[in-house]
Structures are given as structure tokens and as C-alpha cells.
Design a protein around this ligand. Structure first.
Ligand SMILES: C[S@@+](CC[C@H](N)C(=O)[O-])C[C@H]1O[C@@H](n2cnc3c(N)ncnc32)[C@H](O)[C@@H]1O
Length: 254
């Protein structure tokens, strides 16, 4: 294995815009949820007339679809990713808009029959319900409770409340409060392995929520300890948590 200093220096220098994680190939792995989110979204897009992907990141998931409805929109709030998403999606006929995820959506009521979002940082259920057409669907793969908590705890110490964050049952309650009908809700816990400390530096620079004050300088002793442990014991193992939620806006009452 390369030295600690080389691994950390390499992972600190690499660009982290976009959301494709291919830099981690061969040095980190994560099991995939069984419901094949990107393929499911692609299938739903084929039957949609107006679609909206919220917090699209670099547009990687949406770009996997081959067919888009006549009105296809994606929003992204983090400026470096907005540029990546625009470059990737506009040639495919998808309109890409900057939106911070916190303010009202810049769309009239009831315009989209499909709204999607993978791993949104937050979910504005009232706004989603408002822009969905009657009979329209919100389909989202979300980060669930205590996701990657082993990794966060290696840096931050015990996080006893982590299992109460991002619970699927809270998503169901929030959807129902907005008049949506939850037609599918499934959860899974997935094994992830990090083979070297560079992979850990990379994910903590990318997934900035896991260790919010992360910097290599601040956590160099922790990184060194993890490196020594990986050299002697093998990969660092953590578990991500995902849920799929599908919510439908009821058809108009006769
Ligand atoms: C977790 S990303 C998921 C992106 C995409 N839907 C996907 O699954 O590939 C969700 C949102 O996090 C925000 N985000 C990503 N990286 C960020 C960063 N370094 N700082 C602040 N926000 C970030 C962006 O607004 C992005 O839309």
C-alpha cells in the first residue's frame, strides 16, 4: 500500500464536483439497494409527460435514462454541481435550473406528473405535493437512519441519536400530512468497505455531512490511526442506510 502521506495528498488534490464516485473504483465499494433506483426512474420517465428531478447533483442518475418527457426539468443548488449538471443534461433536452432546495419551487401548481430525487439533503413535502399533478408520483431514494455512522463515529465519537435521523416513518408521516398517499416504502442497510485512507478522505470531502468540520489538517491523527488499522486489519467497514419512498397525489375528486 502507498504511504499514508501519499494517499492523503492524492485524495486531497482530486476534484470532487459531480456525484459519480468513479475515482473510488477499486478502493471502496458499497452494496446497491435491490430496487435499482436509476433503472426505475428511467422506466417512469418513459411514461411521463412532465418530470422534475430535485437536487440532481451532477445529473448522473438522470443521464442514465435514455428517454425524457417533452417537459423535463432538473434543479441543483450547489453551484459547482449546477454547472456539471447543465453540461450533462442540457444536450439531452433537460432544462437545468439553480434552486437552493429551501425556498418555494419556481413552478406553478400541479405541473409535473413525475417528481424524483435521489439522496436529497432535505425534502420539501408541501412543495412537492403542490407541483405534482393529480395522480402524479414522487419517487425518491433517500439516505436513512445511522447511515455510515461507523465512519462518522470514528471521527466524531459516539452518535447515540443517529438511528433517529432520517427515518422512513417520518417521511411517510410528512408525505401524508401534505395529502400524498404513500404507495411504497422500503428500507435496506448496505455494507460499504474502504480499502485505504485515501478513499476515506475522498468520501469525507464529497459527503460533507458525515463529518461536518472535516479537513485533513484537523483530523490528521485520526486519519493516521485509521490508516494503521487498515494496513494491519484490512478494509474499514461501515453500513449505509437507504429507503425508497413512492408517494402519489390522489386524483382530483369528481
Ligand atoms: C447528496 S447530493 C445527491 C445528488 C444526486 N441527486 C445524486 O444522488 O447523485 C444532494 C445535494 O447535496 C448538495 N451538495 C452536494 N455536495 C455539496 C457540498 N459539497 N456542499 C454543499 N452541498 C452539497 C447539492 O445541492 C445536491 O443537490
Amino acid at each position: 500500500m502507498p504511504s499514508f502521506d501519499d494517499l492523503v495528498a492524492e485524495a486531497s488534490a482530486v476534484a470532487v464536483e459531480g456525484w459519480d464516485f468513479s475515482w473510488l473504483d477499486g478502493r471502496a465499494s458499497e452494496e446497491r439497494p435491490p430496487w435499482a433506483y436509476a433503472r426505475t426512474v428511467a422506466r417512469r420517465l418513459e411514461g411521463a409527460t412532465a418530470s422534475l428531478d430535485l437536487q440532481t447533483g451532477g445529473g448522473e442518475v438522470l443521464a442514465e435514462a435514455g428517454t425524457y418527457p417533452p417537459l423535463a426539468v432538473a434543479t441543483e443548488g450547489w453551484l459547482p454541481n449546477l454547472a456539471v449538471a447543465a453540461d450533462r443534461l442540457r444536450p439531452r433536452g433537460v432544462t437545468v435550473l439553480g434552486h437552493d432546495g429551501a425556498t418555494p419551487l419556481p413552478f406553478v401548481d400541479g405541473v409535473f406528473d413525475l417528481v424524483t430525487s435521489r439522496h436529497p439533503v432535505s425534502t420539501d413535502w408541501p412543495e412537492i405535493a403542490r407541483v405534482l399533478a393529480p395522480g402524479g408520483t414522487y419517487l425518491s431514494q433517500q439516505v436513512g437512519p445511522a447511515s455510515m455512522v461507523e465512519l462518522s463515529e470514528a471521527f466524531l465519537g459516539p452518535l447515540p441519536d443517529a438511528h433517529r435521523w432520517r427515518r422512513p416513518e417520518d417521511a411517510r408521516a410528512a408525505a401524508e400530512r401534505c395529502g400524498l398517499e404513500v404507495v411504497d416504502l422500503r428500507s435496506v442497510r448496505l455494507r460499504a468497505e474502504f480499502a485505504d485512507v485515501g478513499a476515506i478522505v475522498y468520501v469525507l470531502r464529497t459527503c460533507v455531512w458525515w463529518v461536518p468540520d472535516f479537513s485533513v489538517e484537523r483530523y490528521r491523527p485520526t486519519l493516521r490511526r485509521l490508516h494503521d488499522r487498515m494496513v494491519s486489519d484490512g478494509p474499514f467497514v461501515a453500513h449505509s442506510s437507504r429507503f425508497l419512498v413512492e408517494a402519489r397525489r390522489p386524483d382530483r375528486q369528481p
